[in-house]
Design a protein around this ligand. Sequence first.
Ligand code: PDD
Length: 282
Amino acid sequence: MSKVVYLNGSFVDYAEAVVPVEDRGFVFADGVYEVIRFYGGKPFAAEEHLARLRRSAEAIKLDGLPSTQELMEAALETVDRNGCVNATLYLQVTRGPAPRKHEFPASEVPVTVFMIAREVPRPDAERVNRGVACITVPDIRWHRCDIKSIALLPNVLAKQQAAEAGAAEAIFVRDGIVTEGGSSNFFMVRGECLFTHPADEHILAGITRDYVLSLARKLQIEVREETFGMSEVENADEVFITSTGIEVLPVTTIDGKPVGNGVPGPVTKRLWQAFDDSISKL
Ligand code: PDD
């Protein structure tokens, strides 16, 4: 249980933190969010996360975001006050409380800014070595998946379906194209080449995705940001997914069929190792 949360400029006891019932986040899912990882008490790629938060806010015309410096200081203090070491910091900004009306409220309504830190261990090495199962689901989301919106019902439903199928992640397929996971980005390795969906409006441009692509380039692995379908994935040598929480996670079965030879592959392992090395140097 988290002890203290950040709410609109103050640090408040978890049990005392209250948001008005007509907050537009609650009523319309009218807001954006980020999840930032902390390792050994230090943030990982926090500037990139806060820059994406600002892009998401701009994309939904949400004005009044605190400055990046204020957000950064509040994030660090939230983690610090909760004595977190290896943690995730959840940060949400909504268009604030106002009588329910779809159009934006008058500009004097202040945005709601909320942060909560939770101790979360590094991914389980045994699970990483074994790899995980995924299922595919139709991508029924809107056409602005590049915005990190708090409106996550399709993702919630997809991930619940995966959980009920005993799978770790649901992989979205839109018009025959594999886009991304319910809360992760999707990569496949074919031959010597690493493929992932381009960072357009059909996926969230993951911070981990970007980081892994830069690691791949450093390791001289050829990278192609191109669209592909399930028939290509069925012939892939390796598949893995990435996110702030799971880092680099090998996928060994999709819809019950083995990926490649059914075990985490060498390119995935190199990337996981490179990711792990950069964290230990933080
Ligand atoms: N989700 N795609 C989707 C749909 C996501 O929700 C996420 C992350 C990612 C990976 O992004 P990043 O590498 O920046 O974490 C891709 C977060 C972790 C969540 O909702 O909990």
